[in-house]
Design a protein around this ligand. Sequence first.
Ligand SMILES: NC(=O)c1ccc[n+]([C@@H]2O[C@H](COP(=O)([O-])OP(=O)(O)OC[C@H]3O[C@@H](n4cnc5c(N)ncnc54)[C@H](OP(=O)(O)O)[C@@H]3O)[C@@H](O)[C@H]2O)c1
Length: 279
Amino acid sequence: MVVAPTTRVVVVTGASSGIGLVTARELARRGDHVVLIGRDPNRLAWAAETVRDSGVVVRPPTVLRADFAVLDQVRAVAARLRSMYDRIDVLINNAGLLAPGNVTTVDGHELTMQVNYLAAFLLTHLLMERLPPGARVIMTTSALARLGRLDPVTLRDNRWHFSRWGAYCSSKQAVTLFTREAAARWREHGVVPTCLHPGAVRTGFARGSAFRLAMGLPGFVTPEEGADTLVWLATDDAGLATPGAYYVRRQQRIPPRRARDPQLAAQLWESSLTAVGLA
Ligand SMILES: NC(=O)c1ccc[n+]([C@@H]2O[C@H](COP(=O)([O-])OP(=O)(O)OC[C@H]3O[C@@H](n4cnc5c(N)ncnc54)[C@H](OP(=O)(O)O)[C@@H]3O)[C@@H](O)[C@H]2O)c1
């Protein structure tokens, strides 16, 4: 794919719905070439149409399908991206879900941990050669990372073994730890990882769980508001200022204690390399 050297290439995972879709739409409107990644062909086609129809979109989006519950599909989509683009200016690792408790993927990992964290870990590594110095890697995490008790060896939650929320909180703890560790390990390369909590947002998140009922409560914001910090990190110079930083409502925040533990981050990195077959 030939993209003018002045046009930014932005890859968004979890772009078929919610925060990811709004982010893709907004960045496309601002002139970026956006690649939408999602798992469901119908939702993806609808998302691409939404982006195209949303105003002055100069460059039509590219759509690529990958189910992150299968790491071979992450590998395949990374290979497609490498073959299509010489460089990727912004990689937004946003895909996430709250799976039913204790489901194991074909790759042998807890499903939520794989989709929310390991898939992003693998995708980012496989795209490193296409991320130029100054490229942004933005991770959607959650304030719920605070409640996680991540076991960096088993990649499961230590406290609530079979709970979907335990898995979710630990997966987001892993995402925040990864952001900080990647900033340290890739400093020389010049890639800038950051992460954000989007707030409590009314999206397609947690389909099929009782949590959906809470989305009607005051305090939940629109997907547009939820995407605000993400779009800001993808576009503003502030998004390049502090590699490894964690943001809420455009403000830099100190991550929860366990999500900033350097020893845990280092152990997690090593076991993640093994888990995705890169060690
Ligand atoms: N909503 C909130 O209150 C909230 C709060 C904190 C953090 N977050 C995080 O924000 C991110 C975006 O979520 P959202 O609120 O926008 O929810 P959403 O509307 O459900 O969007 C999630 C996106 O992730 C994709 N996804 C889910 N499972 C996948 C899989 N196996 N393979 C590939 N893609 C998959 C979904 O695809 P499908 O369309 O096929 O499902 C969808 O595009 C997530 O990481 C979530 O954890 C959300």
